[in-house]
Design a protein around this ligand. Structure first.
Ligand code: ACM
Length: 263
């Protein structure tokens, strides 16, 4: 199966435009698993929790979900996309996994970054892994990369591919994902956005782009630039992700010295 990312340049608050742009790019990409950025439909820099609640949507019936499910049906593909999720009075920075049969799963960002702590509720889902045809997919969102337990949990639960919708502003993640892939022997797909937002005066954010697909041996198989929207896909070989040996005698899971680890 081929899998890839779509790097976008969303307009804050323009859900219809952002969703239509994503759908157009998904339709053109040759892949059975496609990852979109964090908060792809709304944009990132909410001024307040109230504003986030007003733009957030239900995971199963919102505009973003409905259009992505419809696109997944037509394309016979699975799509992972970050979105603002409303659940009653709660609002989460979430990712959905949708496929031809509808909504497969939702992940709510566990580790909120900076001002997100003012805007969103902390995620309460676990790090779940989903079977989609021949591959197993797990989700984490952007800043979760700083907590190696997120990717490790997904890998221990059997993920072949970790989909990481992102809105990166710090420079470290693309290099770090080489390590996340290598230490877990999984594919990682980081889908980031480009452009800037300054919805709070003096708090300008520049998103770094640099979306990438990284192989279980740490090779970067596809990478985008810093400033333009771009899509890319690569062939995924699940056998590589299921072989946890780093040398003939070093299994990255079995060799863990859990008897010495303190936490
Ligand atoms: C981030 O977690 N959006 C940096």
């Amino acid at each position: 199966m081929k899998a890839g990312f779509i790097q976008t340049h969303p307009v804050f608050g323009a859900l219809d435009t952002n969703i239509a742009d994503a759908v157009r790019r998904i339709t053109k990409l040759d892949a059975g698993l496609i990852v979109l950025p964090e908060l792809f439909s709304t944009g990132y820099q909410f001024r307040s929790r109230k504003e986030a609640l007003a733009l957030a949507e239900d995971a199963a019936t919102g505009k973003a979900a409905s259009h992505l499910i419809q696109t997944a049906k037509v394309k016979k593909a699975h799509i992972v996309a970050g979105f603002a999720e409303r659940d009653g009075r709660r609002v989460y920075n979430s990712a959905m996994l949708v496929g031809p049969k509808g909504l497969v799963g939702v992940y709510r960002k566990a580790h909120l970054f900076w001002d997100e702590k003012r805007i969103f509720d902390r995620g309460d889902t676990r790090f779940n892994v989903y079977n989609i045809g021949a591959i197993r997919v797990g989700m984490m969102i952007c800043f979760d990369w700083v907590f190696p337990e997120a990717a490790r949990t997904l890998a221990l639960k059997g993920a072949d591919v970790i989909a990481q919708p992102s809105n990166l502003v710090l420079p470290y993640c693309p290099a770090a994902m080489v390590t996340r892939s290598l230490e877990n022997r999984v594919y990682t797909i980081t889908a980031n956005r480009v452009g800037t937002e300054e919805r709070r005066p003096g708090k300008r954010l520049r998103f770094i782009g640099l979306s990438q697909v990284t192989a279980p041996d740490g090779r970067v198989l596809a990478a985008a630039g810093r400033s333009k929207a771009r899509s890319a896909s690569v062939e995924i070989d699940v056998r590589l992700a299921r072989r946890k040996l780093i040398t003939p005698v070093n299994d990255i899971f079995k060799d863990r010295r859990r008897d010495l680890f303190e936490l």
